[in-house]
Design a binder for this molecule. Structure first.
Ligand code: CA
Length: 228
């Protein structure tokens, strides 16, 4: 059973039909928009649960649509883009998109991203002073982190980064966003430092086990904490 309603913004009718057929088969409800103007209108009047947004639209840039929607709504936006350039994805993520898919994508991949986003929305509704994700627990009040019930000792910066990722679990955070949140600026050397802190943090979290990947690297873009 799936009650989520998804707004599909795509000007290419073949791709739009593929997405809509996939959603239909998987019991999602959907709305469609072939251009930016309709997308903004549909988003405003129907409050969809998730938006799938093609970045290259005939009348408006996808990033502009994200900025417009973000002025009134936190609805999760998954960007779908034919452009493989990282800069477009980074701009979309920094403008408030939650995730991205690069064309051509598989139907399974699309469904997986939608599920991740749905789990993230559910997780956000539970506000608690304790964060639990798989075997990872963060007790915000105590400032402690445990993995498999064993306490992990983190430096203050590692802890800050981990909390930021946890707060945004399931969402890709760009290097610029993270460094800005942690250090207040995002110069090249901070992005370098972030890489180092992230490496030690992952080692502490994941140890030698390759099976459980809590933090996913998006090369050239940023990091995401996976929802386990
Ligand atoms: Ca397009």
């Amino acid at each position: 059973m799936n009650h989520s309603r998804i707004l599909v913004v795509e000007d290419d009718s073949a791709v739009r039909n593929l997405i809509v057929t996939t959603l239909d088969t998987n019991n999602y409800r959907y709305l469609t928009a072939p251009n930016g103007k309709t997308a903004v209108m549909e988003a405003a009047s129907h409050n969809p649960d998730i938006i799938l947004l093609d970045l290259g639209l005939p009348d408006m840039d996808g990033v502009e649509i994200i900025r417009k929607i973000r002025t009134w709504s936190d609805v999760p936006i998954i960007v779908i883009s034919a452009r493989s350039e990282d800069t477009d994805k980074i701009e979309a993520l920094d403008s408030g998109a939650d995730d991205y898919l690069t064309k051509p994508f598989s139907v399974d991949e699309l469904l997986a991203r939608i599920r991740v986003t749905q789990r993230r929305i559910l997780g956000m509704q539970k506000t608690s002073s304790v964060f639990v994700n798989g075997d990872l627990t963060i007790d915000y009040a105590a400032g402690s982190v445990t993995m498999h019930q064993e306490e992990i000792h983190l430096t203050p910066i590692e802890y800050k980064i981990l909390c930021l990722l946890a707060k945004n679990v399931g969402k890709v955070l760009t290097h610029t966003y993270i460094t800005h949140e942690i250090w207040g600026s995002s110069y090249e050397n901070e992005i370098g430092s972030l890489r180092v802190f992230m490496a030690t943090l992952r080692k502490k979290l994941e140890g030698q086990s390759q099976k459980q990947q809590y933090i996913q690297t998006h090369i050239g873009i940023g990091y995401r904490m996976n929802k386990m």
